[in-house]
Design a protein around this ligand. Structure first.
Ligand code: ADP
Ligand code: MG
Length: 210
């Protein structure tokens, strides 16, 4: 660790997110009422959190369903705007300076996939490579490394729709890393996976952090 790297990589200050939701009346009568009047309430999903993450740190959020973990990740990668407070990644706002920071972020939502359902895994990667404008040499180096950790080559020619959940997750992790971002967000990356794949993913997180 270098001494001049005192600036945290992620700095969240008083991060808060409120959603405006329609209050639903119950029953058939309620359904009809809802057509005409919408009673709005405010739902506080993230309530004033502040934290810092330094270079090389691996941080996990734990909390029950609905605690606000995914919402926090979405604010950190710029998908959602905070209601108040702010987050800075390497001093840049993922909301205001999206263009500059996006190349340095990787994100995996376990419940979703950024792979293209109709393409082979390798074709999906090639598309992402072009989107992120990663040059071929760098991409090949990254892929070699990712294959070593995630055994990507054995599934590279398989259409994404035919991948098992665990294989798909390995593909998604590789996809999130192919432009070698310095920050990686993982939201439930091991959901529904068997212990063996869970272990492989933990190993991946440790290895990729080196
Ligand atoms: N787009 C949205 N609109 C309204 N409410 C939302 C939205 N997204 C999340 N929420 C609510 O915010 C709370 C936190 O959700 P979430 O961040 O997904 O929790 P977690 O990931 O910890 O399970 C939940 O009560 C959820 O219903
Ligand atoms: Mg969640």
């Amino acid at each position: 660790m270098t001494v001049n790297n005192t600036e945290p990589v992620i700095k969240a200050t008083h991060l808060t997110k409120e959603f405006v939701v329609n209050k639903k009346s119950k029953g058939i009568r309620g359904a009809i009422i809802n057509l005409f009047v919408t009673d709005k309430t405010i739902k506080k999903a993230v309530d004033d959190i502040s934290f810092e993450v330094n270079k090389g740190e691996i941080i996990g959020f734990i909390g029950p369903n609905g605690a606000g973990k995914s919402t926090t990740i979405k604010m950190m990668c710029g998908i959602l705007n905070p209601t108040s407070g702010e987050v800075l990644i390497k001093g840049l706002s993922p909301q205001k300076q999206r263009q500059e920071i996006v190349k340095d972020l990787g994100v995996v939502f376990g419940q979703r996939s950024q792979l293209y359902w109709d393409l082979r895994l390798g074709e999906s990667f090639e598309l992402l490579r072009r989107i992120y404008q990663v040059d071929v040499r760098k991409y090949d180096d990254n892929m070699e490394e990712l294959d070593r950790i995630l055994n990507i080559n054995e599934i590279i020619n398989t259409p994404v729709r035919q991948l098992s959940l665990g294989q798909r997750m390995r593909g998604d992790l590789a996809a999130a890393m192919l432009h070698s971002p310095s920050v990686l967000f993982l939201d439930e990356p091991t959901i529904g996976l068997d212990v063996e794949v869970k272990y492989a993913i933990r190993k991946f997180i440790k290895e990729i952090n080196k």
